[in-house]
Design a protein around this ligand. Structure first.
Ligand SMILES: NC(=O)c1ccc[n+]([C@@H]2O[C@H](COP(=O)([O-])OP(=O)(O)OC[C@H]3O[C@@H](n4cnc5c(N)ncnc54)[C@H](O)[C@@H]3O)[C@@H](O)[C@H]2O)c1
Length: 387
């Protein structure tokens, strides 16, 4: 059988983990890449052996050989590129968050319905093996009736300075491009998706969010931003200017969100702290996430996701006086991308919907926005209030 031909639109930072999804993929190959940054595009095409490289996504969508695309761009471009791709008859895997607002989510859902093509939002944490194991244990009744979930996020530093391309940061702190809320919207969308997957639908949310300039933290981390060249690794080339983060770049951390599940006395908590005094040794970004599930008979702890700060077995369960450790699984965070993309291509072949559906992606966005509105107005907010 001929392999599906996939096009990647946006080949910036995170796309290198997407590329891993096509290395040993039995059903699909990376056929084309697209980015407005021509130098980066050529480098990626060579590195990954892509047959076509386009600087305009419309050219990629006009290529009849492309069966499916992945959209991996800044958030304000998700809806336009996603709808155009579906209208061009391509299946679509959209990076999180699905879009900027509910209207855009509806446009994507409607375009997918009209086209009859597969549309999914890639939520890689749903494929992270320790979280998948925790879900299996929970669903098998291993800790009894589920009662609550606690999610902890730590953003720290690697303990040495980075040279970060300005473009990777600038759009994230520009509300018109990111949708606003580096933590509660962009990063938080992972954890609200996980909270729904593990324990069910969310009825209402309450939160506290602190907004503060990120500049002092970046300075502590030794981060120097570079304007003029994208995707620099190591030292800057000639003619590039190192810049400090502007004061108006606000990080929405520390923050806490709490929620109640629908039709049940079940609760969730999500807490984030950002302190670059904490060293987080990581192959990826210096942040880590832990999940604690409580049931009527015991607990399940997932002790890592992006990094392995705690250096404990990835899954630990306590039940009936006995602690059991589970280490027989892949723990590299990158594995969640590979599994998530294999699920996408397998879903296309088998006519099966992979996670997340467009409707689920929209609810995740509504929960993130509900948390932001709650902090602003000091009241409980139901996700469906967000229109
Ligand atoms: N799952 C995760 O854990 C995770 C981690 C990081 C980023 N992301 C998501 O991935 C997406 C991209 O993030 P990133 O970190 O790779 O950002 P990035 O800034 O590193 O890369 C974005 C790329 O898109 C390109 N681009 C901009 N406009 C374009 C256009 N019109 N056509 C084609 N390409 C265009 C840019 O040139 C850049 O190379 C976002 O949705 C982000 O939230 C997810």
């Amino acid at each position: 059988m001929e392999k599906l031909r996939i096009g990647l639109i946006g080949v910036g930072g995170i796309s290198s983990l997407h590329a891993q999804g096509y290395k040993d993929n039995p059903t699909a190959e990376m056929y084309a890449v697209c980015d407005i940054n021509a130098e980066l595009l050529q480098r990626r095409a060579r590195e990954w052996g892509a047959q076509q490289a386009y600087t305009d996504y419309r050219q990629l969508l006009a290529d009849p050989k492309v069966d499916a695309v992945e959209v991996i761009t800044p958030h304000h471009l998700h809806v336009g590129i996603g709808v155009a791709a579906l209208e061009a008859g391509k299946h679509v895997s959209m990076q999180k968050p699905m879009a900027m607002n509910v209207t855009e989510c509806d446009a994507l859902i409607e375009a997918a319905r009209r086209s009859g093509k597969l549309f999914r939002v890639l939520e890689n944490f749903r494929y992270y093996p320790p979280l998948v194991r925790a879900k299996e244990l929970l669903d098998s009744g291993a800790i009894g009736e589920p009662l609550s979930i606690r999610i902890k996020i730590v953003q720290g530093s690697m303990g040495k300075g980075w040279k970060v391309p300005y473009s990777r940061w600038a759009w994230r702190f520009d509300e018109t491009k990111s949708g606003g809320g580096r933590i509660m919207f962009d990063y938080g969308s992972h954890f609200f998706a996980i909270a729904m997957w593990l324990l069910g639908e969310v009825e209402k949310v309450y939160s506290w969010i602190t907004y503060r300039p990120i500049r002092p933290e970046l300075a502590k981390r030794g981060v120097s931003l570079i304007r003029g060249v994208d995707h620099v690794v190591g030292a800057a080339g000639g003619g590039n200017e190192e810049v400090a983060a502007p004061d108006e770049w606000l990080i929405d951390s520390p923050a806490v969100a709490i929620w109640k599940y629908k039709n049940a006395e079940k609760y969730g908590t999500f807490e984030v702290v950002t302190s670059y005094d904490i060293q987080v040794p990581s192959k990826y970004t210096p942040e880590d996430e832990w999940v604690e599930l409580t049931g009527s008979r015991g607990f399940i702890w997932v002790t890592r996701c992006t990094s392995n700060l705690l250096d404990r077995p990835p899954v630990v369960m306590y039940r009936d006086g006995v602690t059991t450790e589970f280490s027989d699984m892949e723990t590299d965070w990158g594995a969640s991308f590979i599994a998530g993309l294999h699920d996408f291509t397998d879903g296309i072949i088998r006519g099966r919907q992979p996670a997340l559906t467009g409707e689920e992606g929209k609810v995740v966005l509504q929960i993130c926005r509900a948390a932001q509105l709650s902090a602003k107005e000091g009241r409980e907010v139901r996700p469906e209030e967000i229109r």
